[in-house]
Design a protein around this ligand. Structure first.
Ligand code: HEM
Length: 461
């Protein structure tokens, strides 16, 4: 029943809707098409037709778990060779999904999070040491690079007791380079006709195989080390290696553990790094918002050098800054939903069992019917309690939806709020005068080339 869904006007035979599209920015191109074509539209590429949905009522319907479920498609499916039946890329019917979900969920409980807090603080201390040195040397800071150092160290140390020494390196850790390589490759696979991929992407495929081998080796070493040392302090890796399912007594296989470790090291840092980077961009752009956030940090934390776990959630306004950054640039910018049975989407679009659509989160988050005509404006007050209550459900979805929503949400929010609080308290942030926001895509989103000039507030603040 696709004929009723609009598509771009200039379709080329065989190639499809490639006019005005750039293979490096598929998401931002889709956002442009969305503005022209409305709340549900389709794009065709090389004989395949993809349906995009962003209108709030349609997305709310797709969130109905009785009729729809996660679909492993496109970019996510392209990551199967890397992440296999790990939590993120597992098909709904694969038994390892439920098994790993049940075994790992306690690793994201409140108690577990409280246990990670000290380590998060200590990694944040590495970041501020690094920034203090840059500042003393009169240099600007590389925001996405340093946020990636921070978030990689945080997930590696809290989850796996592993130290990548990111802040001691001038260049990204090879793990990050290999990861960016595989994400970029997975995205590129969507931009060539499937049967021709081996030919067109031969060199890229070879590089990708080397990247995957590097990721596997890193993870295998990390696991071997843990097996030798005979257990850590009950972190994610211990759960993966030693915890049996509470009811069935089953454990994760060695091969599945490898996939889970890669999944968590990648999913656990790349998107949080982007979220922090966008938030810092907006804070530097809007000094009045930064001042308000900073005043909150001063009020709630005073000069407690090491704010405790409970103090982080008290930064309500800082949290709104983070939410508002994730509204405009949800760093995992789409998720796919498939029909579990023959059904009709929003009473209008018949879908057969297995048919699927992509939710275009950045457009859902800019739907003027929900967010107003000024939806493009950065305004954290959209997330004050009354405004949130007044909005319909399923209109803010940076972490996906339902059973397959992000397991690391609280982890990411706690880490990012803590770090924004620490940075606001310590520095004034100044954008470089000529900087214009450009967003790079590698399945995830990241502000490209963002650098800030820092000013220290008070020497021991
Ligand atoms: C799933 C976003 C941080 C681990 C997801 C999904 C989204 C998402 C949209 C659903 C994908 C889909 O439906 O196909 C984000 C964002 C983050 C973030 C925006 C940061 C701001 C994290 C962190 C971790 C993590 C810190 C781990 C420590 C995962 C895992 C899944 C997932 C394992 C798959 C869950 C499942 O299917 O059972 N995330 N995430 N994420 N995320 Fe996150």
């Amino acid at each position: 029943e696709l004929h009723r869904i609009p598509h771009p006007p200039h379709r080329l035979p065989l190639l499809g809707d490639v006019l005005g599209a750039d293979r490096r920015t598929p998401l931002q191109d889709s956002v442009r098409f969305a503005r022209e074509l409305g709340p549900v539209f389709r794009r065709r590429a090389f004989g395949k037709e993809f349906v995009f949905v962003w209108g709030a009522p349609l997305v709310a319907d797709l969130a109905d778990e009785t009729r729809f479920a996660k679909h492993v498609g496109l970019g996510v499916a392209n990551l199967r060779p890397v992440a296999g039946d790990g939590l993120f890329t597992a098909y709904n019917h694969e038994p390892n999904w439920q098994l790993a979900h049940d075994v790992l969920a306690p690793g994201f409980s409140r108690e577990a999070m409280e246990g990670y807090h000290g380590m998060m603080l200590s990694v944040a201390g590495r970041l501020t040491d690094h920034w203090d040195r840059r500042l003393l040397a009169g240099q600007t800071v590389d925001v996405p690079g340093d946020m990636t150092r921070l978030t990689l160290e945080t997930i590696a140390r809290t989850g796996f007791g592993h130290d990548f020494a990111s802040f001691e390196r001038d260049r990204p850790h090879p793990f990050v380079t290999a990861m960016v390589g595989t994400l970029t490759y997975a995205q590129r696979l969507n931009s060539v006709p499937g049967p021709l991929a081996p030919l067109l992407l031969r060199a890229a495929a070879r590089r990708n195989a080397a990247d995957m081998a590097y990721l596997n080796r890193t993870v295998d070493d990390l696991v071997a080390q843990r097996r030798r040392s005979g257990g850590g302090e009950g972190d994610l890796l211990d759960r993966m290696l030693a915890t049996a399912h509470p009811e069935t007594g089953e454990r994760l296989s060695a091969e599945n553990v490898r996939k889970q470790v890669i999944t968590f090291l990648v999913a656990g840092h790349e998107t949080t790094s982007g979220a922090l980077s966008f938030a810092l961009y907006y804070l530097a752009r809007h000094p009045e918002i930064a001042a308000r956030a900073r005043a909150e940090v001063d009020r709630v934390w005073g000069d407690t050098e090491q704010p405790g776990y409970d103090r982080v959630a008290k930064l309500r306004y800082v949290r709104r800054v983070l939410d508002e950054a994730l509204r405009l640039w949800p760093t995992a910018p789409a998720f796919a939903r498939e029909a579990r049975l023959d059904t009709v989407l929003a009473g209008e679009h018949p879908m057969r069992r297995g048919a699927w659509a992509l939710v275009l989160t950045p457009m859902l988050h800019r739907d003027p019917a929900v967010w107003g005509e000024d939806a493009e404006r950065f305004d954290p007050d959209r997330f004050d309690a009354a405004a949130v209550r007044a909005r319909p459900p399923h209109t803010f979805k940076p972490f996906g939806t339902g059973a397959r929503a992000c397991i690391g949400r609280q982890f990411a929010v706690h880490e990012a709020t803590l770090v924004l609080g620490l940075l606001l308290r310590r520095y004034e942030l100044h954008a470089e005068p000529g900087y214009r926001l450009t967003v790079v895509e590698r399945l995830t989103l990241m502000p490209e080339g963002l650098r800030l000039r820092l000013e220290r507030r008070s020497p021991d603040g």
